[in-house]
Design a binder for this molecule. Structure first.
Ligand SMILES: [Zn+2]
Length: 345
């Protein structure tokens, strides 16, 4: 009986110990850290998606068009010189007018509109005053007065004596016939500069008549000399003063064999009295290309080249273009504050 009791106690103790052990193991397992092999990152929390509400687009007001700005340079020039007008903040639809006679021809250039404007050697007074107007959809948005001071300049007088036979080659009727062709060749100019750099003298030789000289033929006033006469032997090659497109190459009555070159922006070069014509209308010529030879055709007292440079039909001094690329005037508008008032030359 006693042995049974002891065995039962031992059994109870054993059961107790086993139960305790199981409880301890279970407890250990529950507190066990994550196994080191498990390196998977925890799933990141779903980001909160903020609801982006697009604001209603506010329509931008149309940009207010800037007022046109007119500038000019130089402020003081001589008879037979030229200046540049520049308009900024104008569009192709705007109408530009001026009280200049002939009117200034504007061309788009560098984001603005520019015009080369001659001052005729026939101008009088001590200043040139004119208005420039810009109209947009029937409304005048610019009306500006421009005043250019005219500097003093002396021109020589030349007295030429010719035979009756020579004089007969220079009648008004013959001039009028020539003018039909010349006038057409100096109307439509390329809308960008075709020249490069300053102009070359088309031929080397003695200057027998200067630009702008006041001329008397057989003691009768006969106007002014529109270009330079350069005396050289017959057959001497004549080169294009600069690049451009030939608009006329033909024999005329008073001016003889004649070549006209459009250099763009209404700038034209005209060559008279050639012996041989070396180009045709429509030809492109580079600066320095031979365009013909020196002669004495038409109304001429000896072999020479007559070279006129003009803006439209208004002659300007060729020396200005030999001395300086006309585009040099344009660069003034990049730094207007530093530009001198003139005269430049
Ligand atoms: Zn001449």
């Amino acid at each position: 009986m006693r042995q049974i009791t002891i065995r039962r106690r031992k059994l109870l103790v054993l059961v107790f110990v086993v139960a305790l052990a199981i409880a301890l193991v279970a407890c250990q397992l529950r507190q066990a850290p994550e196994t080191p092999g498990d390196i998977s990152e925890p799933e990141p929390p779903e980001p909160e998606v903020a609801e982006i509400v697009e604001p209603e687009p506010v329509p931008e007001p149309p940009p207010k068009p800037l007022s046109p700005v007119l500038r000019w340079y130089p402020r003081k020039i001589y008879l037979g010189d030229y200046f540049v007008l520049q308009l900024e903040n104008v569009t192709a639809e705007d109408t530009i007018r001026s009280t200049l006679d002939p009117p200034a021809q504007f061309f788009p250039h560098d984001g603005g509109q520019k015009a080369l404007v001659p001052l005729s050697y026939w101008a009088t007074g001590d200043s040139l005053v004119f208005q420039v107007m810009v109209e947009r959809r029937g409304e005048t948005i610019l009306d500006r007065e421009v005043r250019i001071v005219i500097g003093d300049k002396e021109f020589d007088t030349q007295r030429l004596y010719v035979t009756q036979e020579q004089s007969a080659m220079r009648t008004d009727d013959l001039w009028a016939k020539d003018w039909v062709h010349i006038s057409k060749a100096r109307v439509d100019s390329h809308d960008e500069p075709l020249w490069e750099g300053n102009f070359l003298m088309p031929v080397e030789g003695r200057i027998s008549t200067e630009f702008g000289e006041i001329r008397y033929i057989n003691d009768v006033p006969s106007g002014r000399h529109s270009g330079l006469d350069i005396a050289a032997p017959t057959g001497t090659p004549i080169v294009a003063g600069n690049s451009g497109i030939v608009t006329l190459s033909m024999e005329l009555n008073v001016t003889g064999n004649t070549v006209i070159i459009d250099h763009g922006l209404n700038l034209f070069g005209t060559y008279y009295h050639l012996d041989q014509l070396g180009v045709e209308a429509g030809d492109w010529v580079d600066r320095g290309d031979v365009i013909g030879t020196v002669g004495s055709t038409g109304f001429s007292t000896g072999p020479h080249l007559h070279w006129t440079m003009g803006i439209g039909h208004t002659p300007i001094s060729p020396w200005l273009l030999v001395d300086e690329d006309p585009l040099a005037l344009f660069s003034f508008f990049d730094t207007p504050d530093e530009a001198p008032e003139g005269p430049l030359r």
